[in-house]
Ligand binder design. Structure first.
Ligand SMILES: C[S@@+](CC[C@H](N)C(=O)[O-])C[C@H]1O[C@@H](n2cnc3c(N)ncnc32)[C@H](O)[C@@H]1O
Length: 229
């Protein structure tokens, strides 16, 4: 089932988007930046308001950075941000990462931050991300480990809040602790041109670099160093 058939759980009201707008590539994509160089073609899946995407675009310029999101207002906000910053190599499009319109092996790098955790069918998303990545490319994902969160001010109510959030995400098919082991989502064989694990032309996923965190102002951070599967 495509993400467009689901109601996006977190929504995009002003306060929710404001939480995303403090993000930047130097922090949220710090594990990926050392692997980027000018001329690479990069896809940012679930780009939201594009605050991370614009930094990624700078890192690969003059290579193309494509930001993709299911929500048109997010795509428009991200495009406006790039224009305001004078970033010419960024394009933003509406699309579903579980059903990408791009040809096989289109991108050198495919990135997703705080998105795989929300997918009801993460293996299908990872299969698509893998399909559009070149054989020597990188799929880079970063997601929370919600149950490892540390509160600056200890209060049991914060933990109750985390638990309720986790339940809401789980009821929508996600997992707020997917960042603990995103490799779990990608261990089944991925087939070129098909998400069927039984197809004979299966191949290994390209390198997946990943770091995890529990985002938010009251949360401690898990290590940022990449892991590989
Ligand atoms: C928590 S936000 C993260 C945004 C951005 N990556 C960041 O970290 O600032 C998740 C975003 O993914 C988008 N999204 C959710 N499911 C998606 C899908 N299947 N394909 C593309 N975008 C998706 C949502 O619309 C939302 O903007």
């Amino acid at each position: 089932m495509s993400a467009q058939q689901h109601t996006y759980l977190l929504g995009h009201d002003t306060r929710t988007v404001a939480c995303l707008e403090v993000r930047e590539s130097g922090h949220e994509a710090a594990f990926l930046l050392p692997h980027l160089k000018p001329g690479l073609r990069l896809l940012d899946c679930g780009c939201g308001p594009g605050t991370i995407s614009v930094g990624l675009a700078k890192a690969v310029a003059p290579g193309e950075m494509v930001g993709l999101d299911t929500e048109m207002p997010q795509v428009q906000a991200a495009a406006a941000r790039a224009t305001e910053l004078g970033i010419a190599n960024a394009v933003f499009e509406v699309g579903d990462l579980t059903d990408l319109r791009y040809d096989d092996e289109t991108f050198d790098v495919v990135f997703a931050h705080a998105v795989v955790m929300l997918l009801p069918e993460p293996a299908a998303g990872l299969a698509e991300m893998s399909r559009v990545t070149k054989p020597e490319g990188i799929v880079a994902i970063r997601d929370p480990i919600s149950d490892a969160s540390i509160c600056a001010q200890e209060n049991p109510l914060f933990h109750e809040g985390f638990k309720l959030f986790a339940r809401a995400v789980a009821e929508a098919g996600g997992d707020v602790s997917r960042g603990r082991d995103p490799g779990r989502c990608c261990r089944r064989p991925v087939s070129r041109g098909s998400s069927s694990p039984s197809a004979s032309s299966s191949r290994a996923l390209p390198t997946i670099a990943c770091a995890s965190t529990a985002p938010g102002p009251v949360c401690g951070m898990a290590p940022r160093s990449p892991r590989r599967w």
